[in-house]
Design a protein around this ligand. Sequence first.
Ligand code: ZN
Ligand code: ZN
Length: 211
Amino acid sequence: MNLHVLPAGPIQTNAYLLTAPERGEAVLIDAPGDVWADVAPILAKEKCKLTELWLTHGHWDHMQGGAEVVRASGAKVLAHADDRVLIERPEIMEKFMGEEMNLEAVKVDRWIAQGEKFAALGREVEVRHVPGHCPGNVLFYFAEAGAAFVGDALFNGSIGRVDFPGGDFATLESSIRAQIYTLPEKTVVFPGHGPKTTVVHERSTNPYVRG
Ligand SMILES: [Zn+2]
Ligand SMILES: [Zn+2]
């Protein structure tokens, strides 16, 4: 499995493209604006078809490019139902931001839940619900690879903002403790913005939530 880190969109949101050339398949985690322009050449080069788009949460910067990705690839979209309103009615967030962004709704094909496990690219993936930054933030955990894609719950040396609608610090703090800090300590954490980190590093040094 190959990992391509593709920061895109107006606030450099990390999209993560996972490809399995031996299977001819790929999965995209989050779809910032215009990310398809970065994804398409990699798919062509590695001869992979994008089968799924996984949204870590429904904030505009993680789904602005989603409708385009789906149109171009036919990928099925997975997300958590607690962000349903954000994903299906992005104009609400647009109003909150006070900016005209012409956000396009993304149609979710399958709603995923806490603790769910499923197979992707020949590996097992576990879904963990990590609310607090927003109601429906999830992480995708690949135990075998020791990697967790956590959206905007936890960053390298920081945590997600809690001042958007549905955000709450106490909820985020308990989510991080219960769902991220309980992963094996060497697990590599891939956040929605900025550089990667590890569970043990954040547990011992994060200024907002210590383990
Ligand atoms: Zn966010
Ligand atoms: Zn974000």
